[in-house]
Design a protein around this ligand. Structure first.
Ligand SMILES: [Zn+2]
Ligand SMILES: [Zn+2]
Length: 305
């Protein structure tokens, strides 16, 4: 018999064949508990140091999601070595958005079917469904392996993907140890193990998750369009700031293989700036630039709202 607690840690134990809208509630219990844990802000004493850790934790993990889960694993918009891809697969896994293979497989499927009947998370099927309903459903629990044959050849990535929940747990243990040690060494920081778990993981992860989900939901309904794409993708300045560049979603759907998503000088794309610096020091290479011919062909004469 399947043990629910074991299924939380081993995705292969958890594979489902259901194709309907069914949600297995015990499977998503950790997701619900993560949200409820935010209420601990009313109980656990706060400090400015905790806020700094929260923001740092958000920015580093958002970069791992946008630059690596999205631009590298999903779109191969630059190249790097196995060690770098494993490091960022692990940092990305601490964001608790499943592993790199699951993430990339569903995202590649989205680009093929964007805003059509087959798109797993189009707002055409309801805003909340596109935001979070889709991945809570059993039918989207498994990876779409047909889309990730290139990534499946790396055993270390398969392992990280299979046991993805291990990494948030290890991250929480690390934060608890850090808070406890700092409290002993520098009591003036007013921090504690529980405080850093709450702000560095729980709050930071919930905000990071919903901002990421907003690219599937809001970035297909809210903002302007510079390019004539076959979907409803939008460019949105606020989402671009919050997601380190992913808010230029209409640009991205026009040219998915481009490492850059901000095409104009004012279209802030922090992930690209960091990737550019990483390329300068040789950590990554072969950065793909947008196809100018394609951009010129699809350019809308007037930016549509
Ligand atoms: Zn999209
Ligand atoms: Zn994409």
């Amino acid at each position: 018999m399947k043990k629910p607690w074991l299924q939380w840690f081993d995705n292969e134990q958890n594979s489902v064949s259901s194709q309907g809208k069914h949600i297995t509630w015990y499977r998503i219990t950790p997701f619900i508990l993560l949200h409820l844990a935010c209420l601990l802000v009313f109980v656990v004493p706060f400090s400015q140091f905790a806020l700094v850790v929260c923001v740092l934790s958000y920015v580093i993990r958002m970069f791992a999601i946008t630059a690596f889960y999205h631009r590298y694993f999903s779109h191969k918009s630059f190249k790097t070595g196995r060690i770098m891809q494993a490091i960022f697969a692990i940092i990305g896994a601490t964001a608790t958005q499943r592993g790199p293979l699951w993430w990339a497989a569903h995202h590649r499927h989205h680009h093929i079917h964007a805003d059509s009947e087959s798109d797993a998370h189009s707002p055409q099927h309801g805003f909340w469904h596109s935001h979070m309903g889709w991945f809570l459903q059993d039918k989207n629990f498994n990876s779409r392996h047909e889309h990730i044959r290139d990534l499946n050849q790396f055993p270390e990535l398969r392992w990280i993907d299979r046991y993805d929940i291990v990494f948030p747990v290890l991250y929480m243990i690390f934060l608890y140890g850090l808070g406890t040690a700092l409290n002993a060494l520098y009591p003036r920081l007013n921090t504690s193990g529980l405080q850093l778990v709450l702000w560095g993981y729980v709050i930071s992860t919930v905000v990071l998750a919903h901002v990421t989900y907003a690219i599937n939901s809001l970035a297909h309904v809210w903002g302007g369009r510079d390019f004539d794409t076959d979907d409803n993708s939008r460019n949105n300045f606020i989402l671009a700031l919050l997601t380190l560049g992913e808010g230029w979603h209409n640009n991205h759907h026009c040219c998915p293989g481009s490492v850059r998503q901000g095409f104009r000088w004012w279209q802030i794309d922090v992930s690209y700036y960091v990737l550019w610096m990483m390329a300068k020091v040789g950590l990554i290479w072969d950065l793909k630039q947008p196809n100018q011919v394609l951009l010129a062909k699809r350019k809308l004469s007037k930016v549509s709202p």
